[in-house]
Design a protein around this ligand. Structure first.
Ligand code: HEM
Length: 331
């Protein structure tokens, strides 16, 4: 090997090592905020998520959705987890579709058992959402820690800021723009629907597949007819049905197949289908449908933006995942 080859090999090795280090740092690491008070917190969360997911892989979807709602409503402050005696908290506005609360309880209890009163629920949710995605083949993202738990959670905040399942492309763009996200980032975030399910009996399915535009028996004509038929076979016309409809055929693997489905007019929700009604939207959906690595990289980057840009600086460290402390502990 001459000196040029040796230099070339060393450079290649350095690039590979750098890429590996960057990958490790960005995929499953977190900042050292709890190093003095509970250095084991990220590992406890990761191990508990791993244990939970041995029994229920679907919970990655539930917790990821909780994280999105938590951040988009009033900032990432764990307020989506709060209960209120008169059912007026954020989760009451969305309750029918949310899951993962029992698991967050389990994770919070595991952390509290080792470090009582130190780690916020908002941080636990941020770690658990990332770790759940990594468990199902997602590349993940870096989680900066140090959020406090919010002291307010109002169901009236939800409709003002929340994207709706029947929104057009422009409405989705506007809703996300109001929270500081570009159209491209909205499309990337929508890729979260590679995981999880919708519930048959709720309006996003009942209306799109059984009474489109208010006409009983009509289906959204933009859906591939065979796909619409298969969803209807799974889902009776019954608003009480709680049968799950997978948002993507590989809905326990974090991959780019969601975008392939959307391009084939097999997106389950109207909002999924809306992504390709705009030429730029269609272009990005097509690119993601062809490149899992582009999708994973961009998804990680936009999740970091989501979980970092709107911090709750005022608040407390809740001892219980679902209730405020009666006294406040400050960091
Ligand atoms: C683009 C606007 C969005 C709309 C209109 C929307 C709407 C919905 C709806 C209607 C469901 C089904 C709920 C049910 O029927 O029970 C759902 C599920 C889900 N959403 Fe979204 N969503 C959007 C964006 C996002 C984003 C940005 C994320 C996360 C980053 C996300 C994560 C999820 C997940 C993981 C599920 C499955 C939950 C589970 O299986 O428990 N969604 N979404």
């Amino acid at each position: 090997m001459d000196s040029y080859d040796r230099m070339h090999s060393l450079t290649t090795l350095a690039v590979i090592l750098l890429a590996t280090v960057t990958d490790v740092l960005s995929s499953s690491d977190s900042s050292d905020f709890y190093n003095q008070t509970c250095p084991q917190a990220p590992t406890i969360v990761q191990n508990t998520v791993h244990d939970i997911m041995q029994k229920n892989k679907g919970i990655a979807a539930g917790v990821l959705q909780l994280q999105f709602h938590d951040c988009i409503i009033t900032g990432c402050d764990g307020s989506i987890l709060l209960s209120s005696p008169d059912n007026t908290s954020e989760k009451d506005a969305l309750k029918s579709s949310l899951r993962g609360f029992t698991e967050i309880d389990q994770i919070k209890s595991a952390v509290e058992a080792e470090c009582p009163g130190v780690v916020s629920c908002a941080d636990i949710l941020a770690l658990a959402a990332r770790d759940g995605v990594v468990e199902v083949a997602g590349k993940g993202w870096f989680v900066t820690l140090g959020r406090k738990d919010g002291m307010e959670s109002n169901n009236s905040d939800v409709p003002l800021v929340h994207p709706g399942a029947f929104m057009s492309y422009d409405e989705l763009v506007d809703t996300f723009a109001a929270k500081g996200f570009t159209a491209e980032e909205m499309i990337t975030l929508s890729g979260a629907h590679t995981l999880g399910r919708a519930v048959c009996g709720l309006p996003p399915i009942q209306i799109r597949y059984y009474q489109y535009n208010g006409t009983i028996g009509s289906v959204d004509p933009s859906i591939d007819p065979n796909f619409a038929r298969s969803v209807k076979q799974m889902c009776p016309m019954d608003t009480k049905s709680r049968v799950p409809v997978p948002l993507d055929l590989t809905n326990t693997t974090f991959d780019n197949k969601y975008y392939q489905a959307v391009l084939a007019n097999q997106g389950v929700l109207k909002s999924d289908a809306s992504l390709i009604t705009n030429p730029d939207g269609r272009k990005l959906v097509t690119r993601y449908s062809q490149s899992d690595s582009d999708f994973q990289r961009d998804f990680g980057a936009v999740m970091e933006k989501l979980i970092n840009q709107r911090w709750a600086k005022d608040g407390e460290i809740r001892r219980s995942w679902s209730a405020m402390n009666t006294d406040s502990i400050s960091l």
